[in-house]
Design a protein around this ligand. Structure first.
Ligand SMILES: [Zn+2]
Ligand SMILES: [Zn+2]
Length: 295
């Protein structure tokens, strides 16, 4: 497997609509490791569609506990287990991720216990190790170094951008954040910056559709970045490629790739990819994204 980034789910927020994209999850294959970043609904299907055997699951990172980033963590691990997972999986997440996992295993206790006895499977609760992390170095393992930066995503305080480094290559995920200038230092010189983005002209129509207008708009403006702001971070960080992800809105027929590109080009002149579900970016040639919308 070449080193690559696959955007499995590209939309911001947990709601699903017919024909639309799926919530946040990504696959990063780097240095022979299979790394999943965020586990929004659809992550398991996305991995299988990307040709990944669930038995290869190795490392999982969760940026924060909003459901569009964590809802399918338990189901992913459980499904990998029933698919034959027999090697340890490390799950790294913010404080509270251990609580989620213990309660998931309790909710699934009947099935877990019966499969251990009936099918002779190893105990999934012993295969999965949970590490709750804060800002700073998260893990350094077999040449892969992962570090975290607390970003600005009120009212969530434990929300972390993540930087993955291996053999001189680096991929940075912004997580969910309002415009946050320290992210530029954190992402400095990265091969790929995956940054969340929203588009101003789509917000009004989005809040009208979802029903709780004023409060939703308030949250979006306080807690997320406009595409122009993502471009500003990419420029200040001098990364090679910017991937706009966690798109809000993601399924507005009046907003296509051209609108996203027009917004981000005000602040970013470098290589650019607008995410969609299943998009592959080869890490060995971050300058030439494949299979996706590039500009
Ligand atoms: Zn989100
Ligand atoms: Zn969030």
């Amino acid at each position: 497997m070449p080193d690559q980034l696959v955007i499995l789910g590209s939309k911001g927020g947990p709601a699903l609509r017919p024909g639309g994209p799926w919530p946040s999850s990504s696959l990063l294959q780097i240095g022979g490791r299979t790394v999943v970043v965020d586990c929004g609904l659809g992550v398991t299907r996305g991995l299988v569609d990307a040709g990944i055997s669930l038995k290869w699951l190795d490392l999982i990172f969760i940026t924060h506990l909003h459901s569009d980033h964590v809802l399918e963590l338990g189901p992913l691990l459980h499904t990998a287990w029933t698919a034959g997972l027999a090697t340890p999986v490390g799950v790294f997440g913010p404080p509270g991720i251990g609580h989620y996992w213990r309660r998931f295993c309790q909710a699934m206790e009947f099935d877990i216990e019966i499969r251990i006895v009936d099918e002779g499977r190893p105990d999934i609760r012993e295969l999965v190790s949970i590490v709750e992390f804060g800002e700073g170095q998260v893990v350094e393992q077999r040449g892969l170094k992962v570090s975290a930066l607390r970003v600005d995503h009120p009212p969530v305080t434990d929300c972390f951008a993540l930087r993955f480094e291996y053999a001189g290559r680096s991929v940075v995920f912004s997580a969910d954040t309002a415009f946050y200038p320290p992210l530029a230092d954190f992402a400095r010189g990265g091969d790929i910056l995956v940054h969340e983005a929203m588009l101003e002209q789509g917000i009004e129509r989005l809040v009208a559709r979802t029903g709780n207008g004023a409060r939703l708009k308030e949250h979006l403006l306080a807690s997320h970045s406009f595409a122009e702001e993502a471009g500003r971070i990419a420029s200040d960080a001098d990364v090679t490629r910017l991937v706009l992800n966690h798109l809000i809105p993601a399924d507005d027929p009046e907003i296509g790739e051209a609108e996203w590109i027009a917004a981000v080009r005000k602040t970013w002149a470098g290589d650019l990819t607008i995410a969609r579900d299943g998009l592959v970016v080869e890490l060995s040639s971050a300058k030439a994204a494949q299979g996706g919308e590039t500009a």
